[in-house]
Design a protein around this ligand. Structure first.
Ligand code: HEC
Length: 242
């Protein structure tokens, strides 16, 4: 008798504890204003406050709603190729001059910057070499859809503007990087993706004559002198010894 009364009491306590656990609000109900809320605090009763005089946008350029380009005061686009990756309806095929200016027209500087930014922003999903097998895609995102391997025939043939466009606007489940990567850096990354593609698909003919000569010498692949180029030629069943 006594024991069962105790059990009933224990059950009650357990049930109330469960109920209480369901009641805590912690951070779910925060005393904060949502956009357009009414406020008792300000004389105009609006929670949204006017911008402080002299405020400037964080980005130095105003962007159109569809995020594809820079809109001038009159609504026209300036330099479509640079800001959108498109010239009219066609994807551009080379890095626009305006992007090269940031890098003093130095291709190496462009690629070095592209490598740095690619490794920061793209590597986690697309992998160091661009094969699409980055840690994040392997660990979950790819279960929805794996990104295409950048070394596929299709991705190698696609215009460089496609890479710029995807960074700007996102693609499928991949979100836009427009707010984090400025246009010059987007072009630098796009150029670096091209370099990655070349690194996995180089032919001996792509090398300067002098390097090709070295590659043809017997045992060139083994000496390691030719480094990546020799490796790439091998991958193609190239001319070096087996
Ligand atoms: C959070 C993971 C993630 C990051 C970071 C990321 N991507 Fe992606 N990307 C994806 C996924 C997933 C897809 C495939 C989306 C789909 O097909 O729905 C994709 C697709 C793409 C495509 C389109 C490929 C095609 O099929 O045409 C390009 C190009 C691309 N990404 C480039 C980049 C570049 C450049 C960066 C760095 C600025 C980057 N991505 C950063 C996950 C990512």
């Amino acid at each position: 008798m006594k024991a069962s009364a105790k059990m009933v009491r224990a059950a009650w306590i357990a049930a109330s504890l469960l109920l209480l656990a369901g009641c805590h609000v912690d951070m779910w109900n925060q005393p904060k204003y949502k956009p357009q809320d009414e406020s008792e605090l300000f004389p105009d009763r609006q929670a949204d406050r006017p911008l402080v005089t002299g405020t400037v946008p964080r980005r130095e350029r105003p962007w159109s709603d569809d995020t594809t380009g820079y809109v001038t005061a009159t609504g026209g686009r300036q330099d479509d190729a640079f800001y959108t990756g498109y010239q009219g309806k066609n994807l551009v095929t080379t890095v626009p001059a305006q992007a090269m200016r940031r890098f003093d027209n130095d291709t190496k500087a462009l690629l070095r910057r592209g490598q740095y930014q690619y490794n920061n922003f793209c590597l986690p999903c697309h992998g160091r070499s661009g094969d699409g097998r980055g840690m994040i895609t392997q660990r979950g995102l790819g279960q929805r859809r794996m990104p295409r391997n950048f070394h596929s025939r299709e991705m190698r043939d696609i215009e460089i503007g496609h890479f710029y466009d995807v960074i700007t606007n996102g693609f499928g489940v991949m979100f836009s990087y427009a707010s984090r990567i400025d246009p010059e850096d987007r072009w630098a990354i796009a150029a670096y993706v091209r370099a990655l593609q070349l690194s996995q698909n180089a032919r001996p003919e792509d090398l300067p004559a002098e390097e090709r000569q070295r590659l043809m010498q017997p045992g060139a692949a083994q000496t390691g002198g030719g480094g990546g180029a020799a490796g790439a030629a091998n991958a193609h069943g190239g001319t070096t010894s087996q």
